[in-house]
Write a protein that binds this ligand. Structure first.
Ligand code: NAP
Length: 253
């Protein structure tokens, strides 16, 4: 039964982490497993990497599972949540982490196919997963959306479409936090800055973190593990009165 008391019960149990095979999602899965969560990671292509994450979670004492699911495909999302709950019990957490960039480009050079795919993964995917989470968190829970500092900075000359998709994730965070609060579901966002992962290579510039680092007040990129700390804290009962908030993990940038 949904909670109607305006507070959240202690959260533990199953967390679904989308895009948990690599980068920030994988670091979050590994950390969550050490903090008492059972973990279901989804992946799109890298089954082997996802299996390694699952093995590490199990070594940490968690029940863990990897499921192939493209977050932009509604049937995949439904199957992901069904399998996670069938195997690992009631859903108490979601990390809406799966996200992509496309090759660096100015707005003048964008085409509809690229913009459409980016919004399908980063925005439609985040909405579909959030929808499934609030439908299934009948005893309360916590959602952490992985946004980006790009939502604020705009990513000029690189990925304005990506920045706009993360601004949509921020609006989802604000609105859903208000909708779901009385059901005992907290919704927050983490906005990573420049984090060392494969995502920069997928945008066409593997060396981007080193190039941008001098513009970061802390003069270095962050790590996926540093980002995971903020995400797992927001999932936890330690953040029981935190909802609709944004945590920048960006070294001051
Ligand atoms: P990454 O290293 O490129 O990893 C992306 C993850 O998302 C992989 O697990 C990938 O699965 C999965 N994925 C990609 N498309 C998917 C889809 N359609 N359906 C399901 N899963 C999909 O990226 P990352 O840097 O860890 O980024 C994670 C999140 O942080 C993203 O939302 C990103 O926008 C955000 N972020 C990153 C940075 C940064 O500097 N790294 C900064 C701000 C925000 P496969 O392994 O199967 O391909």
């Amino acid at each position: 039964m949904a909670l109607r008391y305006g507070h959240t019960r202690a959260v533990s149990g199953l967390v679904v982490i989308t895009g948990g095979s690599r980068g920030i999602g994988a670091a979050t899965a590994r950390l969550a497993a050490t903090r008492g969560w059972d973990v279901c990671v989804s992946y799109r292509q890298e089954a082997e990497a996802a299996a390694e994450v699952v093995a590490d979670c199990r070594t940490a004492g968690a029940a863990a599972l990897a499921v192939h699911a493209d977050v932009a495909v509604e049937e995949d999302v439904l199957a992901l949540f069904d399998q996670a709950q069938d195997r690992l019990g009631p859903l108490r957490g979601l990390v809406n982490n799966a996200g992509i960039v496309a090759r660096q480009s100015r707005v003048a050079d964008l085409d509809a196919a690229r913009i459409g795919r980016l919004l399908a993964v980063n925005v439609v995917g985040a909405f579909l997963c959030a929808r499934e989470a609030v439908r299934r968190m009948t005893e309360g829970g916590a959602i952490v959306n992985v946004s980006s500092r790009a939502a604020v900075l705009g990513a000029p000359g690189e990925y304005v479409d990506y920045a706009a998709s993360k601004a949509a994730v921020d609006a989802l965070t604000v609105g859903l936090a208000k909708e779901a609060a009385e059901d005992g579901i907290r919704v927050n966002a983490v906005r990573p800055g420049l984090i060392e992962t494969d995502i920069h290579a997928s945008g066409g510039e593997p060396g981007r973190p080193a190039r941008i680092a001098p513009t970061v007040p802390m003069r270095r990129p962050g790590t996926a593990a540093e980002t995971a700390e903020a995400i797992v804290w927001l999932l936890s009962p330690a953040a029981s009165y935190v909802t609709g908030s944004f945590t920048d993990v960006s070294g001051g940038r």
